[in-house]
Design a protein around this ligand. Structure first.
Ligand SMILES: Cc1ncc(COP(=O)(O)O)c(C=O)c1O
Length: 362
């Protein structure tokens, strides 16, 4: 099959078509270089230009203040579950807000390394919402507060940052990084695996405030220290060059073709609205997992009246070119991941299919 389908996978996920086309066009020889990006040294001027542009684009898109480092690391967001406590926890304690599957995973790794407090846990409510500020109390002496801005599996998203006073806020932003503008200065550290909204698997972006970088203990294994990666500008060892190259192209596309994150957010809100409207107007045929005020603009999760219809829905969707809509086993039902790279036409096609399926089966 060479024709592209509408791919609603949760990650790795659909990338902007112009980015794939450019990467394909230049795969054998980067303009002005005469060799593939896969073949050039990570210490060459050519790669340095790619890395510098990727960082500059991110700084511009998010208005990242100068006292924050932008790092390109490996090991996925999952390694950040460990690197964060290894670098920031010391002999202190950290607060964790748990709103879904990935927050639980982050918590488990931190518990292996030191003292951790759960300040709010949505498990009893089946992870359908984020907490109100009056539902949790932050320890003012905590070394940091960790939360997951968008729970990819449940489709539950914080609409604003949790209130944590002066305690550094650490965020797993893997599945909604760059979906809309944010105020980076509210955060101590942001990390995001690239393979949802910004590129292919293999690179994890970390944005971290300088004073936190300096907290890294001296006896940490070298590759696990933020300080080492910051001092070496992400090339302490060979970085994932191809993944960084794609991140550079995606961020360039966001700046030049989309026109920045305000515009990207408008498009993303409209895409999400198109699907949630069908769910809300379906008289209960489609049932959204997340409470409406806590819904994700990136991962739309819903159930059908029974598992048999869900199976039929997924089969027929696939036959209609709408792929990867099966929900995670822990939630069941369906999930449409509609990251930045998913064009609105793909969402419209899914919406039409959902309506048509409902008319036939409701
Ligand atoms: C919110 C969130 N955090 C962490 C991860 C794990 O990322 P990785 O596979 O890059 O370790 C994922 C992956 O799906 C995710 O959605």
């Amino acid at each position: 099959m060479t024709q592209r389908v509408w791919n609603f996978a949760a990650g790795p996920a659909t990338l902007p078509l112009p980015v794939l086309e450019e990467a394909q066009r230049d795969l054998l020889a980067l303009p002005g270089v005469g060799a593939s990006v896969l073949e050039i040294s990570h210490r060459s001027k050519h790669f340095d230009d790619i890395l510098s542009e990727a960082e500059a684009n991110l700084r511009k898109l998010l208005n990242i203040p100068d006292h924050y480092h932008v790092l390109f690391l490996q090991g996925g967001a999952s390694l950040q579950f460990s690197m964060v406590p290894m670098n920031l926890l010391g002999d202190g304690s950290a607060d964790y807000i748990i709103t879904g599957y990935w927050g639980q995973k982050a918590l488990k790794e931190a518990q292996l390394l030191g003292k951790v407090r759960i300040v709010w846990d949505g498990k009893a409510e089946n992870f359908t919402r984020t907490p109100r500020p009056d539902e949790y109390t932050i320890d003012p002496n905590a070394r940091y507060v960790h939360f997951t801005s968008n729970e990819t599996i449940q489709g539950v998203m914080f609409q604003t940052e949790p209130e944590v006073g002066d305690v550094p806020l650490v965020c797993d932003m893997s599945s909604n990084f760059l979906w809309a503008p944010i105020d980076v200065s509210k955060y101590g550290l942001i990390y995001a695996g690239a393979q949802k909204n910004v590129g292919p698997a293999g690179v994890t972006i970390v944005i971290v405030r300088d004073d936190l970088v300096r907290r890294a203990p001296d006896n940490l294994p070298t590759m696990l220290s933020y300080r080492v990666h910051a001092e070496n500008k992400s090339v302490y060892n060979t970085p994932p060059v191809f993944a960084i190259y794609i991140v550079m192209l995606v961020t360039r596309w966001l700046l030049n073709t989309i026109g920045g994150l305000e515009r990207m957010a408008e498009i993303n809100r409209e895409k999400a609205r198109l699907l949630y409207e069908v769910i809300d107007q379906s008289n209960g045929f489609y049932r959204g997992h997340a409470h409406p005020e806590h819904r994700s603009t990136m991962n739309v999760t819903w159930r059908l009246p029974n598992e048999e219809l869900e199976k039929k829905f997924l089969q027929e969707a696939q036959a209609n070119g709408l792929h990867e809509l099966k929900g995670h086993r822990s939630v069941g039902g369906c999930r449409a991941s509609i990251y930045n790279g998913m064009p609105i036409e793909g969402v419209r096609a899914l919406r039409e299919f959902m309506l048509e399926f409902m008319y036939r089966h409701a």
